[in-house]
Design a protein around this ligand. Sequence first.
Ligand code: NDP
Length: 444
Amino acid sequence: MIDSMKAVYDEVVTRDPGQKVFHQAVHEVLETIADVAALPKYSGASILQRIVEPERQIMFRVPWVDDAGNVQVNRGYRVEFNSALGPYKGGLRFHPTVNLGVIKFLGFEQVFKNALTGLGIGGGKGGSDFDPHGRSDGEVMRFCQSFMTELYRHIGDHTDVPAGDIGVGGREIGYMFGQYKRITNRFEAGVLTGKGTGWGGSYGRTEATGYGAVFFTERMLDRKGKSLDGQRVVVSGSGNVAIYAAQKAQQLGAHVVAFSDSSGYVVDEQGVDVDLLREVKEVQRGRVADYVAGRPGAKLHTEGSVWDVPCTIALPCATQNELDESHARTLVDNGVLAVAEGANMPCTPEAVEVFQAAGISFGPGKAANAGGVATSALEMQQNASREQWSFDKTVAKLEIVMTNIHDNVARTAEQHGAAGNYVLGANVAGFVQVADSMLAHGVV
Ligand code: NDP
């Protein structure tokens, strides 16, 4: 990293020494955008120093009562990172590992990702260390109501529009929307995305992140004269992104053979039964073992890693830093052709280096998983015009957005002498768009 970038990075680390994943996300961006960020118009306006500092960070107590009558206390967060391109936009994560550093990493990534969509949205992220696993619907509802009782004053369709992420799906968005409506006495559909399709949600939003990651993979393969047809695919995770990545990959002729959760991974050589997986995960809220119980021939592994399963396409769709250097080497040795991040920063920096050195097409999350937030922006468009588009119309628009992101990122990489480097292309293209708007707005 050149000196001017290192100075910015060192200041980030000194200010918040404990925020390791945030440092990692900043480092990855700074080391790829040096040529552009050092231009006098940007450096003279301290764009970098401003872009790494959130515009606003909100932390709050979330007290709620569990089914046994005990008072529980969680911590809530909303980091409003950058509004140069539009209202803050980004999901809410409910997971015990959530802390301010995790939310800042996700918010920082979101700024660049949202810029790449071209849909006029700023970047933000939020969540809580609440763990919905094993909680009753009543407990989840009371938690969501308490969370929204603080959050409501900070959000709005022109201010900040949260959505889902790990641990936050349609159920949680519904409870939070209900509480927002009750407190404000306003049916303000555009305040949250990922809503149910019966009350302001967009068709295709549930599928969007996974579908988008697969569309992005298709475009990367196309550049190499290949297609998804007949490819052997492994996804990690078995949540929202993983399920619909598997579904779209199958629809495009691929053979999806493995998935995981935090209890282990499953290999199903017949090809994953996505309907069964949806039933287990979305309806029963079960574990991967429950899939195996209903699927003769599928095998559960509780040792090793899903990345040990040979494949030509790898789609990490679980969580940050889940795929490390040794996993990457295994994948390369097993003949992987393309890796697209459905999750945010699932591959460690060392793993990314292994893929790039081996000439594997590597799609970073801020480009490859942008389909979710892009479709959230389409949901906002539908809410603003009081329309509801069909599933096919929305997915067709999603596919166009993903193609545009791919082509913009690939072109930017080429223009900067790094053909095929989607990491550099995404960071530079996202940075320029945000930085130019920040310049136009003056020192704010
Ligand atoms: P879900 O909560 O629906 O699913 C998460 C999945 O990942 C679950 O199968 C979960 O298993 C697994 N997982 C989570 N943490 C771990 C861990 N530490 N080790 C192993 N497995 C783990 O979340 P999403 O599918 O919505 O999100 C997945 C990723 O995609 C996240 O990185 C998120 O930020 C990113 N993303 C999501 C978008 C969306 O629209 N939902 C948009 C863009 C990115 P278990 O149940 O056992 O914890």
